[in-house]
Design a protein around this ligand. Structure first.
Ligand SMILES: [Mn+2]
Length: 350
């Protein structure tokens, strides 16, 4: 039931909707309910086309974080989405293709999970989807193999999986105020900034600053020596400067060390030299876009998930806001410019 490569011939006037990185898991939160509603309406819209394909480009299900949840559990839980997909495949010329990602990689190895996916969503399952439009060879993959932290080729368990399953739960348990929500940070070079901003806004500013100030003022009055409160203020000014400088330095180091950004794109360029294609459609990074490279076009289907973006906050210290990102790529092979990216960003009120 699982194929390494599916070759797909697109009939004339075919529309394809490509979505990825939804990380569906139970229980259904307010954000997941919003995402489900949006997906249902996009699938219903796609259903109106006679020839239509729904391409689920990996990490649709979150099977790393919750090892006890099965494909069937999650698909049954998201009943509105399952219903919409069932209505979609009732039409004979419609197809659902599930490309396996890293967070749902178990599907590529478990035939019972493949059966659930086939039975409940009517999906054909693969690692790579190949199709042609005109002279263009288009390769559709989740994209984790071009990410050294999540590639499966070199080692048994990718580092990303160990991080999600072993390291992150410990950090969340011991220091929740610093690490909660870190998985929503899209840009890897900002991961240290996220921890630093939590340290500044959740611990230093509301707890440490008032306590030290009160004690120093108390000592200044009690001992009639104003050097105490002056020393405390000086320490905080220095600390503020340290935060600003550390943020810049850590961003710089992380941009090289954590494998995102240009490091990732170099791998994709290298991959194009081996696999030869005119267009590649990835997911995985959660950063949706269509970009012309030297010899090919790189497109990314973004994500349908909660994301955290930085902004400059109080006294120039970076802070993060959470949003729901709803994105997809569309293929319409009746058009010359057949590939389009669309995204919506909905702010979340905490
Ligand atoms: Mn992924």
């Amino acid at each position: 039931m699982f194929k390494d490569i599916i070759n797909l011939d697109l009939k004339e006037n075919t529309k394809a909707l490509i979505v990825s990185d939804i990380h569906l898991q139970l229980p259904i939160t307010r954000e997941l309910e919003m995402i489900q509603g949006s997906l249902v309406s996009r699938i219903n819209e796609l259903s109106k086309s006679r020839n239509a394909i729904l391409i689920l480009n990996g990490d649709i299900l979150e099977l790393w974080e919750n090892k006890d949840q099965t494909v069937a559990d999650i698909l049954d839980g998201f009943s509105k989405l399952t219903q919409a997909i069932n209505n979609f495949i009732k039409i004979k010329s419609h197809k659902v293709i599930y490309v396996v990602g890293n967070h749902d990689d178990i599907i590529s190895r478990s035939s019972s999970e493949q059966k659930s996916l086939h039975k409940l969503w009517g999906a054909e399952i693969c690692r790579t989807l190949h199709t042609y439009i005109g002279k263009d060879k288009i390769r559709i993959e989740h994209g984790h193999e071009s990410d050294s932290y999540n590639a499966t080729s070199n080692q048994q368990e990718p580092k990303g999986k160990k991080l999600v399953q072993n390291t992150l739960p410990i950090l969340l348990k011991t220091m929740p105020s610093l690490f909660k929500g870190i998985g929503d940070v899209v840009n890897r070079s900002l991961l240290p900034s996220y921890v630093l901003s939590n340290l500044a806004y959740k611990i230093v500013a509301p707890i440490c600053v008032p306590i030290v100030l009160i004690i120093s003022i108390f000592l200044s009055i009690g001992l009639s020596d104003d050097r105490y409160w002056k020393a405390a203020v000086l320490v905080f000014v220095l600390l503020w400067a340290v935060f600003l400088i550390a943020d810049v330095l850590l961003r710089f180091v992380a941009s090289f060390a954590l494998g995102g950004g240009s490091t990732y794109m170099k791998k994709v360029d290298k991959y194009q030299k081996e696999a030869k294609f005119e267009k590649i459609i990835y997911g995985h990074t959660h950063q949706g876009l269509i970009e012309k490279r030297n010899k090919y076009t790189y497109a990314n289907s973004g994500c349908n998930d909660v994301v955290a973006f930085p902004k400059i906050g109080w006294m120039g210290l970076v802070r993060f806001n959470r949003y729901v990102q709803l994105s997809n790529l569309n293929i319409d092979n009746s058009k010359k410019d057949y590939l389009k990216y669309h995204q919506e960003i909905v702010p979340l009120v905490e």
